[in-house]
Design a protein around this ligand. Structure first.
Ligand code: NIG
Ligand code: FE
Length: 414
């Protein structure tokens, strides 16, 4: 089946010449192509056709996107979107001056959401999370990651991973599951860290691996959660079992997470609000993606990650919503791009690279998605604007008109 996407004003290809990521200065080069249409064969991008020769193509379907802008399907590479309940009360407390870590120390925070998840059945979680995925798709998102981590027991972590895998089956987007059993200590293990780590190492990880429920193993390296030697133990076992790793680290305290993550060749290191210069150098000299989450700094009102330093030092930087009920109740990727531009001094082009090809690299799917290059999956967002600047300029506004995944229209604005 041949399809033609005709007459866009701009195609933002995020061309990488087959390298499949953009590092440092390269992040500005987003390859804007004009006067061309895109030829799709089945689910794959087959060619770029000059607009004056589209008549020579015998297409089965023509999709007219006159005067709009095409971007690669967007990628939200760090979410916790399978959760139940609300943490609005904690939000109120935070506005009154109580810190996020203080709330967590008192048994709120992640453990509060764990209670709500335990009280929710499989179907209920599928339904709540499904509507969040619909919203993602309406924004032009075609690939997203979802982490477990609100179960914190064998049974509940597996339940969440099964929900994530089920969502991947019933929704037309690619959903990549990450195991985050080491999100924090469950309340009953607060003073028995080793006992909880034992469950992760000897029960959860082997089961998740055997049943192929997750691609990545993640952890939260923080003084209120897991120390770097504890993460080391977990990643050692995870790597042995064939997981790739990614790590929440340097959000509030820098306690050695970057070193441990790099020791295990982590695909990405995420948060990094308080990362130090030596660790920036370490990331820069690696292929690991720095996933920055400006929604968290905005929502919790603290300092932003040093995006400029990371990019100017030649790192591979991605952006994501970190959508979760406690630290970033933000599912809008467009808003994240604007926050990155305004508060982390990222250029508009860099924010686009950060939610396309580099976000794909953070999920190790960059060989097949993240840019509009021949041979890649036909995943696109069609933006209601003659130029790509608008996606960052129109703050919080959903400009997406049409989402195309694997060559099929999966969303059309009515
Ligand atoms: O990425 N930092 C740890 N985990 C989440 C927050 C989870 C929560 O507060 O519920 C994050 O910010
Ligand atoms: Fe997170």
């Amino acid at each position: 089946m041949l399809k033609l996407l005709v007459n866009p004003l701009q195609i933002v290809t995020v061309n990488t010449s087959g390298k499949n990521y953009l590092r440092g200065k390269e992040m500005e080069e987003i390859g804007v192509l004009e006067n061309h249409s895109i030829l799709i064969e089945d689910d794959i991008i087959k060619d770029f056709i000059p607009n004056n020769s589209i008549n020579e193509i015998n297409a089965d379907q023509i999709i007219d996107i006159k005067d709009k802008t095409i971007l690669p399907g967007l990628i939200d590479c760090h979410t916790h979107l399978v959760f139940a309940g609300s943490r609005a009360e904690e939000f109120k407390l935070k506005l009154e001056g109580i810190r996020y870590e203080e709330i967590a120390e008192k048994g709120g925070g992640i453990n509060r959401t764990v209670k709500s998840v335990i009280d929710s059945g499989f179907e209920e979680l599928v339904e709540i999370s499904g509507s969040r995925i619909d919203y993602a798709i309406s924004q032009g998102i075609t690939t997203l990651e979802i982490k477990s981590g609100y179960g914190l027991s064998f049974q509940e972590e597996i339940k969440i991973l099964e929900v994530i895998n089920h969502l991947n089956k019933i929704y037309p987007v690619d959903i990549i599951p990450t195991f985050l059993g080491a999100h924090t200590y469950p309340l009953e293990f607060k003073n028995h860290h080793n006992a909880y780590i034992d469950i992760i190492l000897n029960e959860m990880l082997p089961y998740v691996a055997k049943n192929k429920l997750a691609k990545f193993c993640d952890a939260f390296c923080e003084s209120t959660a897991f120390s770097s030697p504890e993460v080391d133990m977990i990643f050692s076992k995870a790597s042995e079992l064939g997981f790739q790793t990614k790590l929440h680290t340097d959000q509030f305290n820098s306690i050695g997470g970057v070193k441990v993550g790099l020791k295990y060749n982590s695909t990405s290191l995420e948060h990094l609000e308080v990362i130090g210069d030596n660790d920036i150098k370490r990331i820069t000299n690696s292929d690991c993606v720095a996933v920055l989450l400006p929604g968290v700094s905005f929502f919790l009102r603290y300092g932003y990650a040093p995006a400029r330093k990371l990019i100017d030092n030649n790192s591979i930087v991605a952006l994501s919503t970190d959508f979760n009920p406690g630290s970033s109740n933000i599912a809008n990727l467009n808003l994240i791009m604007t926050l990155a531009a305004l508060n982390m001094n990222m250029k508009i082009e860099e924010t686009i690279s950060a939610v396309t090809i580099n976000a794909a690299k953070a999920l190790d799917v960059n060989n097949s998605v993240g840019s509009i290059e021949i041979g890649k999956k036909a995943d696109f967002a069609v933006i209601d604007s003659p130029e790509y600047y608008d996606i960052v300029y129109q703050v919080g506004k959903n400009l997406n008109l049409m989402t195309i995944k694997n060559g099929n229209i999966i969303y059309k604005k009515s």
